[in-house]
Design a protein around this ligand. Sequence first.
Ligand SMILES: [Zn+2]
Length: 127
Amino acid sequence: MRMARIWAENSYCQRRQVGALVVKDKMIISDGYNGTPTGFENVCEDENNVSKPYVLHAEANAITKLARSNNNSDGATIYITASPCIECAKLIIQAGIKRVVYGEKYRLTDGIDLLKRAGIEVIFLEV
Ligand SMILES: [Zn+2]
């Protein structure tokens, strides 16, 4: 979890920095932090300091990075420095991830609720 926190510092987003690591068989198989897609400018917020709609969340970046690697997330654990949103929760379920460790509670719990409903082990770990 501390590593995920350090990884979050790579994010160039101003409003919020989130990091995610996917671990399988005690190895980190993917990583991500929130940011714009490859090839886009490294700016997450518009002139009104609102996050751009095409910013990817850290979890989404970590999972989609696996889609073009030789690894896969089936049965893996994901460490996220923040509570996953419902969109990322869907990706986590479909990626076959079995355990979610997250580090920051959010007022909306729909993502966490969905994960639990899918039978995924969810652990809150303060750092
Ligand atoms: Zn998300």
